[in-house]
Ligand binder design. Structure first.
Ligand SMILES: *[C@@H]1O[C@H](CO)[C@@H](O)[C@H](O)[C@H]1NC(C)=O
Length: 288
C-alpha cells in the first residue's frame, strides 16, 4: 500500500517528505487496567507520552516541525556559531498556511454486506453534487484531493471532482474508516481492543502524514481536500486541536459535510468549520 501511494504521490507531483513518513510505524494504546467494576480511567495513548507539556497546555512542536527540531544539532556542535544557527533555523521555518478541507462522504447504502456494494444512495449523490458546487464556489485554488479507498469515498470524490476540473486526486488506504481509539464515554456496542489497536495506529499515521504545518519549501498558501469518513475526521480534529482524542465520538458530522482546519506557519491550528452543511437545502441533509 505505502509503496503504491508513494508512486501516486510522485505522479501527483507531491512526493517528498510525506511519502517517506508513510513507512513509519506508530504504536497506540495501552492495556486497560482493572475489571468492569472499577471506575474507568482513560490512559493517555502511548504516542502522547512525554512530548506533551501537560493537559491543556499547547505543544508548539506537535508536528515535530518546529525549526529547531529540523536542525541537526549534532552537526551544529561540529561547526558552531549563533549566526549560522539562526540562518539554518530560518531555512527550516514554514512560510505558508495550509487550509485543510475534510469532507465526509455522502449518504450510502449501509445494508450491503460487501464493502464494494455500499454505494451512494440517490440522495447521497445529490449531496455530493452540492458539496462539489460549494467547494467550487469558494473560488480557491485547490492543490489536490486525497481520498479514502473505500467505495463511498471514491464515489463522493468522483462527483466532487467534476466540479473541480484539473485538481489532481490521490487514493489512500490510510484514510479508510475505522475505530481510532476507545471512546470516552464508552459506546454500548463493545469492540475488542484489537480493533482499536490496529485501526488506531493507521488513523494516527494518517494524521501524522497529512496534518502538519507547511513544508519550509512551500511558498504559497495551499488548499487541500481530504474526502474520507466521520471517525477519521473526528479523530483528526481532536488531535489537531490537541483535545483529548478519546472524545472523538462527542463530535457529530453530517453526510457530505465540510470541516475546515487552518494550520499556520508557526504551527498554530484553528478549526474554522466543523461538519458544515449550511450550503445544503434542509431536505437534502440526512439525519440519523
Ligand atoms: C449519514 O448516512 C448514513 C447512511 O449512509 C447514516 O447511517 C447516517 O446516520 C447519516 N448520518 C447523518 C449524521 O446524517
Amino acid at each position: 500500500m505505502a509503496f503504491r501511494q508513494a508512486l501516486q504521490l510522485a505522479a501527483c507531483g507531491l512526493a517528498g517528505g510525506s511519502a517517506a513518513v508513510l513507512f513509519s510505524a506508530v504504536a497506540v494504546g495501552k492495556p486497560r487496567a482493572g475489571g468492569d467494576a472499577e471506575p474507568r480511567v482513560v490512559e493517555p495513548p502511548a504516542w502522547a507520552g512525554a512530548a506533551r507539556p501537560g493537559p491543556g497546555v499547547w505543544d508548539p512542536n506537535w508536528d515535530r516541525r518546529e525549526p529547531l527540531s529540523l536542525v541537526n544539532l549534532r552537526k551544529r556542535n561540529l561547526e558552531p556559531g549563533e549566526e549560522e544557527l539562526a540562518s539554518r533555523l530560518d531555512h527550516y521555518k514554514a512560510k505558508a498556511t495550509r487550509h485543510i478541507f475534510l469532507i465526509r462522504h455522502s449518504q450510502y447504502h449501509v445494508d450491503a454486506s460487501l464493502e464494494k456494494d455500499r454505494t451512494l444512495t440517490p440522495l447521497g449523490r445529490e449531496q455530493a453534487e452540492l458539496t462539489g458546487l460549494r467547494l467550487a464556489s469558494l473560488g480557491l485554488k485547490f492543490n489536490k484531493i486525497v481520498h479514502s479507498s473505500m467505495t463511498r469515498a471514491i464515489e463522493t470524490t468522483d462527483i466532487i471532482s467534476k466540479h473541480l476540473p484539473g485538481v489532481c486526486r490521490v487514493s489512500t488506504d490510510l484514510l479508510r474508516e475505522g475505530a481510532p481509539i476507545e471512546p470516552d464515554p464508552p459506546v454500548s456496542h463493545w469492540k475488542p481492543e484489537a480493533v482499536y489497536y490496529e485501526d488506531g495506529a493507521r488513523i494516527e499515521a494518517a494524521f501524522r502524514n497529512y496534518i502538519h504545518r507547511a513544508d519550509a519549501k512551500q511558498q504559497e498558501d495551499s488548499y487541500e481536500i481530504f474526502i474520507c469518513h466521520a471517525n477519521v475526521i473526528r479523530y483528526i480534529v481532536c488531535r489537531a486541536l490537541q483535545f483529548p482524542p478519546e472524545g472523538w465520538l462527542r463530535l457529530s458530522l453530517n453526510n457530505g459535510s465540510i470541516t475546515h482546519l487552518v494550520v499556520r506557519p508557526d504551527g498554530r491550528v484553528a478549526l474554522r468549520a466543523l461538519g458544515d452543511t449550511g450550503f445544503m437545502p434542509p431536505d437534502k441533509i440526512s439525519r440519523s
